[in-house]
Design a protein around this ligand. Structure first.
Ligand code: DGL
Length: 247
């Protein structure tokens, strides 16, 4: 099994980490559009155009599937990507919603979705959660958390002030959907901020659960081949991958 993983930049490595932990693929080809990141501030047409260009890039490889690690792209461009690609294209929004439905049994549970401005404006998570009969939904764009993670500010005063800025007025949710590639790197702090009762939904783990339910993975690959590509400065992406993924 050979998979392409697409993200607007480096954040999608959090999804690669989950794929590696579960040893699902023989080869992982990662493409981060680092020259044009962030996507979370862009409009729908631009996001779709960039996403289709990524499909063109992946046509250089014979892939069994493409995983869209980027929540923003998953929210806007999945249908268009599937139309352009010759293999299935799977996004993190559907996977995250199904993971939520599998683990949160109370349809009245207070669910908070956080993500980029584009993801939250799309209402993609809310629409899909409503189809699963969840009714107590709240969404909050938390774009400042993206540069904080990129600056490796993963704890301390600046992060705490940012969490307060975004969440002080909100009720504690029963489930928190980490609707952005970068947010799993803040798992510890978010869990501490909201408390143990809040269940965090992580895109990478959700994708693994989704793939395992939908496809027959009969083999595990201990040492998958990894290839990292970026539209700008691929060396920087490779060195972050080394650090985050320990590869
Ligand atoms: N990868 C994006 C996401 O998950 C975050 C970074 C960006 O804005 O491009 O929505």
């Amino acid at each position: 099994m050979k998979v392409g993983v697409f993200d607007s930049g480096i954040g999608g490595l959090t999804v690669v980490k989950s794929l590696l932990e579960h040893q699902l693929f023989e080869e992982i080809i990662y493409f981060g559009d680092t020259a044009r990141v962030p996507y979370g501030t862009k409009d729908k047409n631009t996001i779709i155009r960039y996403a289709i260009e990524a499909i063109e890039f992946f046509k250089n490889f014979e892939l069994d599937m493409i995983i869209v690690a980027c929540n923003t792209v998953s929210a806007y461009a999945l249908d268009e990507m599937n139309e352009s690609a010759s293999c299935p294209v799977i996004g993190v929004v559907e996977a995250g919603v199904l993971a939520t439905a599998n683990s949160v049994k109370d349809k009245n549970a207070n669910i908070l979705i956080i993500g980029t401005n584009a993801t939250i404006n799309s209402k993609a998570y809310e629409d899909a959660l409503q189809l699963q009969n969840f009714s107590n939904l709240h969404a909050k764009a938390t774009p400042l958390l993206v540069p904080l993670v990129e600056e490796e500010i993963l704890s301390g005063d600046i992060l705490n002030a940012t969490l307060k800025h975004y969440f002080a007025e909100l009720k504690k949710p029963q489930a928190l959907i980490l609707g952005c590639t970068h947010f799993p790197l803040l798992t510890k702090e978010l869990q501490e901020y909201f408390g143990k009762e809040t269940q965090l939904i992580h895109s990478g783990d959700a994708i693994v659960e989704y793939l395992q339910n939908k496809f027959d993975f009969y083999k595990q690959y201990k040492n998958p081949r990894l290839k990292f590509f970026a539209s700008e400065n691929p060396e920087a992406l490779r060195s972050i991958a080394k650090k985050w993924l320990d590869v």
